[in-house]
Design a protein around this ligand. Structure first.
Ligand code: NDP
Ligand code: HSE
Length: 437
């Protein structure tokens, strides 16, 4: 059968990995897809670097990505350049030209997915994006197809390898933040703008996609709450461990009576949970369905070949399905496009969860009573508490409290009042806690 022709936009970490995996496993991939998948063209910025790296390969390399999306011989365009402006224009152009698209670009889909999927739907082409969430873990396929019998209740995941790598290396090896970040960049895990990783933006992009396919809602990245790891201190990591918890940057989306929670933040989770022990660049996603219960998906969330594994799986899917009637393909967002739900995304102030509060207090009689009175007035119940002994010559002590589940706006008010006490020094540290039971 005639091979399927692929054009790559980008030959960097993921583009290079895709080429390597396609080459190495060509025979098996052809047996699965039913025809050969051939990379015919690739676009890069630095022509001489790519020509040196891929000398002797039968691939036309260009610095003009439009040449790829305009080439009538190309059946599938694989977008791996990253960013949102040029990538969006190229993807829309490819769709308009009747080409199927595979992309690993979560930023693009979280921000412009609604428009891109509508254009693809109208044109009868597929946009596949397994690599956009959790790298090599086939989580899109699992949620969109494997769990389609379920009413999904919540999804919680470690979906950024760079920050999980940083948290792990800092805790285990005592390495400095910058040293570990530089290593993540060297290994090709980090985004071109690493603040996307560190500040939780990349995880929020991925969570936006997961929420869309879990609940059948449009992409609403602008409504996601995003908090990264840059303000985490080693004291909080240590205190959490003493209390039996580990801090992970989690993406959480939950369906509750009032709407949908969509939030990324450092989260205390019980150390005994499997997901608390997901270390390094590994990702893991917990999905709770009403019929199946909790399911856990684990694997490499970044890097050349793990991500290529997902890109190539999409290429195989598109190759198998491209002759099928477009009306009978798996819908992009798991639910039929005319059956998407308008359930609102809840503001963070309405989210209900448990909390870790750390405050620095003068070691005087009545301090604790003042704090607990404020919490009681806001109907916040304390679950556990530790007070540290003051260091030699110090008048101040750390007080750490875990609360039961409560609504965030009450915690915010309580924190304001506690910070106003004359016996409290500085800001109260507030982290969220999920038992994931
Ligand atoms: P890289 O920076 O390693 O590679 C980007 C590639 O795109 C390079 O070959 C670059 O060319 C090329 N490129 C960039 N802009 C242009 C342009 N305007 N015209 C032509 N070529 C261009 O990125 P990654 O491979 O790491 O990431 C690609 C995408 O995959 C991103 O969306 C990223 O978020 C996503 N992703 C990455 C993962 C990872 O582990 N790295 C994992 C999952 C998703 P040149 O080399 O000449 O500069
Ligand atoms: N920068 C991302 C991460 C790449 O660290 O997880 C994978 O999407």
């Amino acid at each position: 059968m005639k091979p399927i022709n692929v054009g790559l936009l980008g030959l960097g970490t993921v583009g290079g990995g895709t080429l390597t995996v396609l080459r190495r496993n060509q025979a098996e991939i052809t047996r699965r897809a039913g025809r050969a998948i051939l990379v015919k063209m690739a676009a890069v910025r630095d022509l001489s670097k790519a020509q040196q790296l891929y000398a002797g390969e039968d691939i036309k390399i260009t610095t003009n990505p439009l040449e790829v999306v305009e080439n009538p011989e190309i059946d599938i365009v694989v977008e791996l350049i990253g960013g949102t402006d040029q990538a969006k224009a190229l993807v829309l152009k490819a769709i308009a030209n009747g080409k199927h698209v595979v992309t690993a670009n979560k930023a693009l889909l979280a921000m412009h997915g609604n428009e891109i999927f509508a254009a693809a739907q109208a044109k009868g082409v597929m946009v596949a994006f397994e690599a956009a969430v959790a790298g090599g873990i086939p989580i899109i396929k699992a949620v969109r197809e494997g769990l389609s019998a379920n009413r999904i209740e919540w999804v919680a995941g470690i979906i950024n390898g760079t920050t999980n790598f940083i948290l792990t290396e800092m805790r285990d090896k005592g390495l400095a933040f910058d040293t570990v970040l530089a290593e993540a960049q060297r290994l090709g895990y980090a985004e071109s703008d690493p603040t996307f990783d560190i500040e939780g933006v990349d995880a929020a992009h991925k969570l936006t996609i997961l929420a869309a396919i879990a609940f059948g809602i449009p992409m609403q990245f602008d409504k996601a709450y995003t908090e990264g790891i840059s303000n985490l201190t080693k004291e909080d990591i240590q205190y959490a461990e003493e209390l039996g918890y580990r801090i992970k940057l989690l993406g959480i989306t939950k369906r509750v009576a009032q709407g949908i929670e969509l939030r990324v933040h450092p989260t205390l989770i019980p150390t005994k949970r499997l997901i608390a022990n997901v270390e390094g660049v590994m990702n893991a996603v917990l999905v709770k369905g009403d019929a199946v219960g909790a399911t856990l998906y684990y694997g490499r969330g970044a890097g050349a070949e793990p991500t290529a594994s997902a890109v190539v799986a999409d290429l195989v899917d598109v190759t198998r399905m491209h002759t099928a009637d477009p009306e009978h393909r798996v819908p992009h967002l798991a639910f039929q496009p005319d059956a998407l739900s308008d359930e609102p995304i809840l503001p963070m102030s309405e989210v209900r969860t448990a909390y870790y509060l750390r405050m620095r207090a003068f070691d005087k009689p009545g301090v604790l009573a003042d704090i607990t009175r404020i919490l009681a007035d806001m109907e916040i119940s304390i679950d556990a508490m530790i007070q540290k002994e003051p260091d030699e010559g110090q008048e101040q002590v750390d007080i750490i409290m875990l609360t039961h589940v409560t609504v965030e706006k009450n915690v915010n008010q309580a924190i304001n009042k506690i910070e106003g006490l004359s016996t409290i020094s500085g800001k109260v540290t507030r982290l969220r806690l999920e038992t994931l039971g």
